[in-house]
Design a protein around this ligand. Structure first.
Ligand SMILES: [Fe+2]
Length: 269
């Protein structure tokens, strides 16, 4: 994973999220990123989007799935590669679930579509600090679980992380995401998850709180379902998990195409 490729994915996401995006421009950007082009084609030819006939070009695929899904797939594949780079691939599925659930909660709280997409990406990369500290010390996750099992407060956890690693997971997330050129507003949202500053932060934080709690609950071996039920969203568990699984399936290289209509290799538009 190079910074250049990461930047191209971030730029694609930015171009895909503007109101009334230029789909030719979006498709041209997708065509320069092979794994994202493959993911977009897989998604466009999947039963999920009701594909009745296969599409073979990136432009057709972009038109079929819409620019927001294209941007989301680019960021999901970037996240996939970064958790691998950070040596914490096991955080991948949880990241997707957190991202999808963040978006859903945003929508249920009445956030705009743009804010909800922002929540998706913030949720997706909310694991960056954890991954970063895990990269430095393989014992970090069991250590953190032990701290929570003792009922430690978030503030104390941050303080102890700083003592142990020189940075806490919030600072570590900002450092890493900045290094990989993630948008500054996404970094700011993630950085504010323990301490919202602006009204937007507070609004986004309100939607995300339950997710970080959920993330924590998973470390306590509480199921995602239990955590979602606790915040009154039990009926949406399978929706979130299905969508997260779908994103994982179309994003990972080993995805089986058996169930899908045939599709051509990505072509220039
Ligand atoms: Fe946190």
């Amino acid at each position: 994973m190079t910074i250049d490729l990461a930047s191209r994915k971030v730029d694609l996401w930015t171009a895909a999220m503007v109101p009334d995006p230029d789909l030719y421009d979006v498709a041209a950007r997708v065509s320069t990123i092979p794994d994202t082009a493959a993911a977009v084609l897989r998604f466009a030819n999947s039963a999920y989007v009701g594909a009745v006939y296969p599409v073979g070009t990136v432009l057709e695929a972009v038109i079929r799935v819409g620019s927001r899904s294209v941007g989301a797939l680019a960021m999901a594949s970037l996240n996939r590669e970064l958790v691998d780079t950070w040596g914490a691939p096991e955080l991948w599925e949880e990241s997707l679930v957190v991202g999808r659930a963040a978006k859903l909660i945003g929508r249920l709280h009445g956030t705009s579509r743009t804010e909800s997409e922002h929540l998706f990406v913030a949720g997706l990369f909310s694991c960056a600090g954890t991954a970063g500290l895990y990269m430095e010390d393989e014992g970090y996750l069991p250590w953190r679980r032990k701290q929570w099992a003792r009922g430690i407060s978030d503030k104390d956890l941050l303080r102890r992380e700083k003592m142990a690693y020189g940075v806490d997971h919030v600072e570590k997330a900002s450092q890493l995401l900045d290094e990989w050129n993630l948008p500054t507003d996404i970094i700011a949202t993630i950085a504010s998850h323990h301490d919202p500053v602006t009204e937007t932060d507070a609004r986004l934080w309100a939607a995300m709180t339950s997710l970080f709690d959920d993330s924590k609950a998973r470390c306590h071996n509480t199921t995602f379902r239990t955590a979602m039920e606790k915040i009154g969203l039990g009926e949406h568990v399978s929706f979130v998990e299905t969508e997260a699984r779908l994103f994982a399936d179309v994003t990972i290289e080993s995805f089986s195409t058996e169930a899908l209509p045939p599709w051509d290799a990505p072509r220039e538009v």
